[in-house]
Write a protein that binds this ligand. Structure first.
Ligand SMILES: Cc1ncc(COP(=O)(O)O)c(C=O)c1O
Length: 435
């Protein structure tokens, strides 16, 4: 594969943009040396890089694309709205229509407020919880990777430079599937915790009715129960992870897939809490979400179309089905190469990721780089194994073949040393203290 243009553009990018791009998860340190540096276009499940190489793709805009890249009817809906204008001094009818459609899908929520990024709405959720309870502490699930770009979360990571200790001290952690760790926090900080925030599920399913038990613990202690549906929403179930597990959180935060790549996010929740951000109450006013581009009309039109498609067509069913085909093909290959314990898939079929382990069965960034390098060589760009509604069986079958060949190299690298097969350096985790 030729990456000549990528190499030239990469130099220009790093000269003018810290890190060479605007999202850490897309950075050069996340990919091996032999990888496309820039993607020019995508259609459905395929993307093309700046050198003209084509890939079947399994990252789907960091999971923001569930229908497929450049999905015609979504683009058309956005374009029709674009012709009417982007932004006015008063709200547009599409804001109301989009809110009503959203609430018809996320049926436990009574009100919704839109933002642009997931972090807008997780930030708004914790702020509202603090205002509602009059408490300062936020309890996050320590087993979940990401909640926000803001200090209340980034302060808990290895990349917390620039965040004051006073802010860091306001976020505490509990463990998933461990209500005792939640109770311990409630005991240690009585009447100080405003909310708990977690994803409905990450790598392991809730055990012993964990989500419902956590919810009752929260309500007994006057703590707001928040679900982060950035990944589960508009992928697992039409009603999100909360629909899948039949639970109604006090608030929930959606983003990513609800716009099929257009920037839109939603804070949803109970009226009693959400109304504090509005005009119909006599309590202290909360500056909830108010952004110049907060409700950008074409993005709302895109989201509205996405939701209509989810309601009308078997999107979720197909995501699971095609994901299952992919997962079972890869598992067969893992079994045949006797790589169980060295290469593993994690998560639900509609939202699969993978783990790469070395000869000692320890997580390995070098083996991740090798896996990426070899799949890229075979026309598959798979930082994760995230499928879309546009992934066809033929895409998946070609991918399974590419992964099968990759795993035979992986096996040899386990026996002979990964450096023999990896060109250049390993990849690195985003959250690290030093480069
Ligand atoms: C679970 C979860 N919550 C929140 C966010 C923040 O979303 P955004 O990057 O749109 O601000 C992300 C982003 O990856 C996420 O995965």
């Amino acid at each position: 594969m030729n990456f000549e243009k990528s190499t030239i553009l990469r130099k220009r990018a790093h000269a003018v943009i810290p890190g060479g791009c605007h999202t850490y998860a897309k950075g050069d340190d996340q990919y091996p040396q032999l990888a496309p540096g820039f993607i020019v276009r995508g259609k459905g499940s395929h993307v093309w890089d700046v050198d003209g190489n084509e890939y079947i793709e399994y990252g789907m805009g960091l999971r923001s694309v569930t229908l497929g890249h450049a999905y015609d009817s979504v683009n058309e809906a956005a374009y029709r709205q674009m012709l009417l204008g982007h932004n006015f001094v008063r709200p547009s009818p599409v804001e109301v229509e989009c809110a009503e459609k959203f609430l018809s899908m996320i049926t436990g929520a009574e009100m919704v407020k839109f933002g642009k990024n997931g972090s807008d709405v997780t930030n708004a959720a914790v702020k509202l919880a603090r205002a509602y309870t009059g408490r300062d502490l936020i309890a996050i699930c320590g087993d979940h990777a990401f909640f926000s770009v803001d200090d209340w979360f980034i302060g808990t990571t290895a990349m917390s430079a620039g965040i004051p200790k006073a802010i860091k001290d306001l976020t505490v952690k509990f463990r998933y599937n461990d209500t005792e760790s939640v109770q311990a926090l409630f005991d240690q900080y009585p009447n100080q915790i405003a909310c708990v925030i977690l994803e409905p599920e990450k790598d392991v399913p809730p055990a012993n009715n964990f989500l419902h038990r956590l919810q009752s613990l929260c309500s007994q202690n006057g703590v707001v129960f928040i679900l982060d549906e950035m990944i589960t929403g508009f992928r697992w179930h039409n009603g999100g992870g909360q629909g899948y597990y039949d639970i109604v959180p006090d608030m929930s935060a959606f983003g990513k897939a609800m716009g099929n790549g257009y920037s839109i996010a939603a804070l949803a929740g109970k009226r009693e809490i959400m109304k504090l951000g509005g005009l119909d109450h006599d309590q202290e006013r909360v500056f909830l979400l108010s952004l110049t581009h907060g409700a950008e009309n074409p993005n709302l039109a895109a989201a509205l179309e996405v939701m209509k498609i989810f309601k009308r067509e078997p999107v979720v069913h197909m995501l699971w089905k095609i994901g299952e085909r992919l997962a079972s093909g890869i598992q067969k290959s893992i079994d045949e190469h006797k790589l169980n314990g060295y290469f593993k898939m994690v998560g639900k079929p509609c939202c699969l990721v993978y783990g790469t382990l070395d000869e000692k069965k320890l997580p390995s960034q070098a083996f991740r780089a090798l896996f990426l390098q070899e799949t890229i060589k075979r026309g598959v760009l798979a930082p994760s194994l995230i499928v879309s509604y546009s992934h066809h069986e033929s895409d998946v079958d070609r991918t399974i073949e590419a992964i099968d060949e990759t795993l035979s190299i992986y096996k040899r690298a386990l026996e002979e040393g990964v450096q023999k097969y990896l060109v250049g350096r390993p990849v690195k985790p985003v959250f690290r203290k030093f480069n």
